[in-house]
Write a protein that binds this ligand. Sequence first.
Ligand SMILES: Cc1cc2nc3c(=O)[nH]c(=O)nc-3n(C[C@H](O)[C@H](O)[C@H](O)COP(=O)(O)OP(=O)(O)OC[C@H]3O[C@@H](n4cnc5c(N)ncnc54)[C@H](O)[C@@H]3O)c2cc1C
Length: 296
Amino acid sequence: MERALFPPRVPMKPASFRYHAPKTIEEALALLAAYAPDDGRVLAGGQSLVPTMAFRLARPHHLVDINGIEALRRLGVENGKLVIGAGVRHQAFHYPVVEGPLGRLLSAVMRHIAHYPIRTRGTFCGSVAHADPASEWCLVVATLGAEMVARGARGTRIIAAKDFFQGIMTTALEPDELLAEVRLPLLAADTRFGFYEFNRRAGDFAMGMALVTLRLADGVIVAPHVGVGGAETRPRRITAAEALLTSRAPEPAVFRTAAEAASAAIDPLTDAQTNAEYRRDLVATVTRRALEQAAG
Ligand SMILES: Cc1cc2nc3c(=O)[nH]c(=O)nc-3n(C[C@H](O)[C@H](O)[C@H](O)COP(=O)(O)OP(=O)(O)OC[C@H]3O[C@@H](n4cnc5c(N)ncnc54)[C@H](O)[C@@H]3O)c2cc1C
């Protein structure tokens, strides 16, 4: 279905575009196939896209609004994975959406994303598709090893997290593909987690953050995952830090060594907020604090 809402009679902040409001996934895929070559884009929560359009930093010719597609609001467990459809908003995770550590982890992380009004509109999959290096959901996806389900008129692809994020706001998605859902592996009941992020004001994007999951068996750390975000062009697991934790007792000296390894492993971003040296130092701190939380 197409509604010619734009351009309106009075001048608007964004450049003019055609607005499409499909009701089914198939309709959306057909619209993307037709219009992606003419700078057609998905409109999800609009919390990143609309501000850039208002500043005319983005001038898409077509918007395919997926908010009317009921089938994209799936949120539930299937085959040991939490399936998060493209219509699921950040706020859905306010309370745990699944029993066990994964539900608690998502609720704890969600509180660090932006502010309440933004969380009521922005979507999990929109954040992942947008791939801001400081996105909390992107860090979750990278650390836990999620699968991204990309659908296009030519078929469906499953993309592993390690292959999905390719750089600042750059992913393995093709322009005509819809990130239809993200599948997060459930965590074993005894998984502990820690998340720590630093920013100057509540609600700002993180200048550096770390997410850790681990289990303890016979007093030593088993299967640690250490993810760092906001510090490099993309969030990722730091295997050098994980190796230093595996089979070691959860002690402060072990955490310090692993945190220093994470700090040494990154290629830090510099931006208007801070320089590389500060960010490297910050990564050591956020990683150590996330580890302490997980062990506590
Ligand atoms: C003031 C402010 C503060 C913020 N702070 C944070 C923060 O601390 N942490 C954080 O993570 N985010 C933050 N955000 C961003 C917010 O979380 C957005 O909701 C999120 O980045 C994008 O999700 P969205 O659903 O709004 O996507 P949109 O804005 O609708 O889309 C973003 C981009 O992704 C594409 N896209 C969206 N969904 C899909 C899909 N399913 N398939 C393919 N492509 C898709 C769009 O075409 C567009 O290019 C902030 C935003 C604002 C305005």
